[in-house]
Design a protein around this ligand. Structure first.
Ligand code: ATR
Length: 471
């Protein structure tokens, strides 16, 4: 199929590639502003303005490429019958937010397909977007922070960057992004020979900050290698805003989430169902949304931890002997729960802040014995598993100060830190003959259950995806 997207928008082009539709992008070079102005002077309805603009784009490109299928799209923001364009100045943006805040507006996405210089198909989708009321200070902060992006989008917001500005959304993610991929895929399947396309599924990782997250790269690779119609994005959600934002994103058709700091406890609390392992850990890192919108919260960190060890240390088994776990933070809870579930007979838990370790032990299991941070070397000769769950040893952080000279050489030693790939702690353990396993595998394996639940395929953890996340 020879498809041309009559648009220079990289977002629209990306939406097509999410559905594995290959298209050439050609700029239609129409005078949008003039056309809009004259349509508004004629009191055209907002949906007719979007439709006419989409048609102009498709037609212009089709005339030069009559043999191709040409797709033109346009989006307008309609509030009480008035079209909101891209803000030209910061004052424009301020005024636009004052009008839209606390109100419901409509995002109208028009799609027109041309072939042989003739219109073959058109589709209009409408998304209903309700914004939270914003205070003057919130508007000022938004204008100051978001102006570089805001000036390029109708109404001055990018939904995918600031979904927390909304209290309710009824629509479809891709319509909101500017192209109605589901109906387009359906049309192509019915009318263009050889087309077998599916509307993409959307999943996201939510955290604050989120820019550092390796998850989009990992899931993006799995979508690509498994040729799945889907999209996985990272969204920064300010602390305390997870509840409402997850509901809004589900309203926009997002079907799955990974959740990272500082939202993991909130992610568990907001769910309709909690898996036993998430409940035991007291935090969730994976949310699966079913077709009715019900949310199941899972925690796959412990699964990732155990699978990494099983895959990379074939003769290790958790029942073989007791374990020593260093650190009693969030990651430690997942490690402790999974070790207990896997059959570890006893766990010594050592943490700089003793009380924190005591609290964790009390909540999780009587099999956990808390020991002083200063005593952490005392049990090295007897344990068969040693785990560092603290951030010590990570590039830029202080090293983990520990003398492993008394360690049982048959012990398996692992570190959740994976930058550097082999921490000084693991280097030392290796020098005493222990088998060692780095932490990157835990990151990779914790991602597979979510991917399978959202996209229907269990992805493979291999050296290719490992190299990608370590880049
Ligand atoms: P995570 O979710 O990654 O486990 P966390 O909940 O902040 O993060 O926990 C960090 C762990 O590293 C804790 O066990 C912390 O010990 P405290 O409970 O005493 O804070 C441990 N940690 C961080 N810096 C440390 C240091 N300099 N020395 C010893 N332990 C440290």
């Amino acid at each position: 199929m020879d498809l041309i997207l009559a648009s220079q928008s990289s977002t629209r082009w990306r939406i097509l590639s999410c559905a594995r539709i290959i298209a050439k992008a050609v700029s239609p070079q129409i005078d949008e502003e003039n056309i809009t102005r004259s349509l508004m002077a004629e009191k055209a309805m907002p949906r007719d303005i979007a439709d006419t603009l989409a048609e102009h784009k498709a037609k212009k490109v089709s005339i030069k490429n009559p043999l191709s299928w040409v797709l033109g799209c346009d989006q307008v923001l309609d509030f009480e019958g008035k079209v909101f364009g891209k803000p030209k100045t910061q004052e424009d943006l301020r005024q636009s937010l004052i009008r839209l805040s606390g109100e419901t507006h409509r995002l109208i996405t028009a799609n027109v397909m041309y072939h042989n210089t003739k219109p073959m198909w058109r589709h209009i989708s409408v998304s209903h977007m309700t914004m939270h009321p914003m205070t003057v200070t919130e508007i000022e902060t938004y204008v100051e922070k978001s102006w570089p992006d805001a000036q390029h989008s109708a109404g001055g917001y990018y939904f995918e960057k600031t979904p927390h500005l909304f209290s309710e959304v009824r629509g479809n993610w891709f319509d909101i992004m500017g192209l109605s991929i589901g109906p387009i895929a359906e049309y192509l399947n019915q009318h263009v020979n050889g087309s077998v396309f599916n509307a993409p599924t959307v999943a996201a990782v939510l955290g604050h900050p989120i820019a550092h997250s390796k998850s989009p790269c990992m899931h993006g690779h799995w979508l690509e290698t498994n040729k799945i119609s889907g999209s996985y994005i990272a969204i920064d959600i300010p602390p305390g805003k997870l509840f409402q934002t997850v509901k809004v994103l589900i309203g926009a058709g997002v079907m799955g989430f990974n959740v990272t700091l500082p939202h993991k406890e909130d992610a568990l609390a907001l769910a309709d169902y909690q898996t036993p392992r998430a409940k035991a850990i007291g935090a969730a890192n994976t949310l699966v949304v079913d077709l009715k919108g019900s949310i199941t919260a899972d925690n796959t960190d412990g699964y990732g931890f155990i699978t990494n060890l099983k895959v990379n240390s074939s003769d290790w088994f958790p029942q073989a002997g007791s374990a020593l776990v260093l650190g009693a933070g969030g990651a430690s809870r997942a490690v402790l729960s999974s070790l207990i579930e896997a059959g570890a007979p006893k766990i010594y838990l050592s943490n700089r802040t003793l009380q924190r370790a005591k609290d964790v032990a009390l909540q999780l299991s009587p099999l956990i014995e808390v020991i002083d941070w200063e005593d952490k070397e005392r049990y090295l000769s007897t344990v068969t598993t040693v785990v560092n769950t603290t951030s010590l040893g990570m590039t830029g952080k202080p090293p983990l100060e520990i003398d492993l000279s008394s360690i049982n050489p048959k012990a398996m030693v692992t570190d959740l830190v994976y930058t550097p790939l082999e921490t000084p702690f693991l280097v030392q353990a290796r020098s005493f003959g222990c088998s060692v396993v780095g932490g990157v595998g835990m990151l990779l394996h914790q991602g597979t259950p979510g991917f399978e639940a959202w996209f229907g395929t269990c992805p493979i953890v291999d050296s290719e995806v490992e190299a990608l996340v370590l880049k």
